[in-house]
Design a protein around this ligand. Structure first.
Ligand code: ADP
Length: 331
């Protein structure tokens, strides 16, 4: 598909360039031809004036003019063929360069759709199977039905979270995402984010210590709240009961850094380069500690940081804890 589009784009480039080139060649031919005849007439006139005592000289040999015209035509044809070849090669190269970002975007979207449908397929299949089994079971009692319904609701809730995360990711993934950036207060963003995760922290008796200062920065309020909530949510999820989480802020001339430090399970060194990838979950989270999740949070957080021209990084030691650092530039 992209190869055809590249060829078509090259053909359009060539058509435009060749139309311009042929038009100018015709103009050049006409001008030079007229100049040639004017020069021949002027030359004859000058000779006749100087040697007026002699009989008039004959016209310049028309064969000579024809030969000059032919040479001009050949030169113009050579120039046009060279332009055709050079612009053909350059056009093909430029068409490839123009189409590459579009191709990458389409590939990325296809990957996204196939990853997302894969994530949906497994829980939907197991939901369907357990319901079919229950339907076939002749001794299926009311208490059994209640257990099945509550398990199914839990699964549906998880699927709902997954679809919300996917929508969020798709929204932040749009190319040239022009999220409205306004002056926002870091203090307000952190307080609102803590408020959102508080019920979960209370459930695990985790203390959140907020040591951030109230700086003003340019950002998208709701995007930044989502970003901090994702990091706090992970810090709570991957910490043991009765643990504590610290949020700190630091300001330099160019940027504000927000660090979220937990004393949780930590991340293996080999997983660190991948945790910001879509659907990536470290083994420690998945199999060892059985923490639920889809591996989407950090990829959303990374996209939000990028929209703000910022960055997100992590330092972690297994069984000691992790620190996620978000850097947001002022401009
Ligand atoms: P999810 O938490 O839903 O699995 P994320 O994208 O938020 O997805 O995180 C990706 C992975 O990074 C997690 O599965 C986990 O292995 C690791 N991770 C993220 N935050 C922490 C943390 N604070 N402590 C330990 N591991 C973490």
């Amino acid at each position: 598909m992209f190869h055809n589009a590249r060829i078509k784009l090259t053909a359009w480039y060539l058509l435009i360039i060749m139309l311009i080139s042929i038009f100018f060649s015709m103009v050049i031919y006409r001008v030079l031809d007229a100049e040639l005849e004017r020069f021949a007439r002027a030359q004859r006139f000058r000779i006749e004036r100087r040697f007026s005592q002699f009989p008039p000289i004959p016209n310049i040999d028309p064969e000579l003019i024809k030969e000059a015209e032919q040479r001009l035509i050949i030169s113009l044809i050579i120039v046009n063929i060279s332009i055709l070849l050079i612009s053909g090669a350059t056009g093909y190269f430029l068409a490839g360069k123009t189409l590459r970002p579009i191709q990458e975007m389409v590939d990325e979207q296809n990957r996204f759709i196939s990853d997302a449908s894969h994530e949906f397929r497994t829980p939907l299949t197991s939901l369907k199977t357990s319901m079919e089994v229950a339907l076939r079971d002749k001794q299926f009692s009311l208490p059994n039905a209640k257990t099945l319904i509550s398990e199914s609701i839990e699964e549906v809730n998880r699927l709902q979270t997954l679809s919300e995360h996917l929508l969020q990711l798709a929204q932040f993934q749009k190319p040239n995402n022009n999220a409205i950036l306004e002056t926002v207060s870091l203090g307000e963003i952190v307080n609102k984010s803590i408020g959102k995760v508080m019920p979960m922290a209370k459930q695990k008796q985790i203390t959140i210590i907020n040591k951030t200062k109230d700086y003003e920065l340019q950002g998208n309020k709701y995007g930044l709240i989502d970003l901090i909530v994702i990091l706090l949510d992970n810090a709570i999820k991957y910490s043991n009961k009765k643990s504590s989480i610290e949020i700190l802020s630091q300001k330099t001339a160019k940027a504000v850094s927000i660090s979220i430090h937990d004393k949780g399970i930590g991340i293996n060194e080999k997983d660190i380069p991948h945790i910001f990838d879509r659907f990536y979950r470290a083994d420690s989270a998945r199999s060892k500690h059985h923490v639920s999740g889809y591996g989407l949070g950090l990829s959303i957080a990374k996209k939000i940081a990028e929209i703000h021209h910022g960055s997100i990084s992590v330092k972690s030691t297994i069984d000691k804890g992790s620190t996620f650092i978000v850097k947001l530039p002022f401009s």
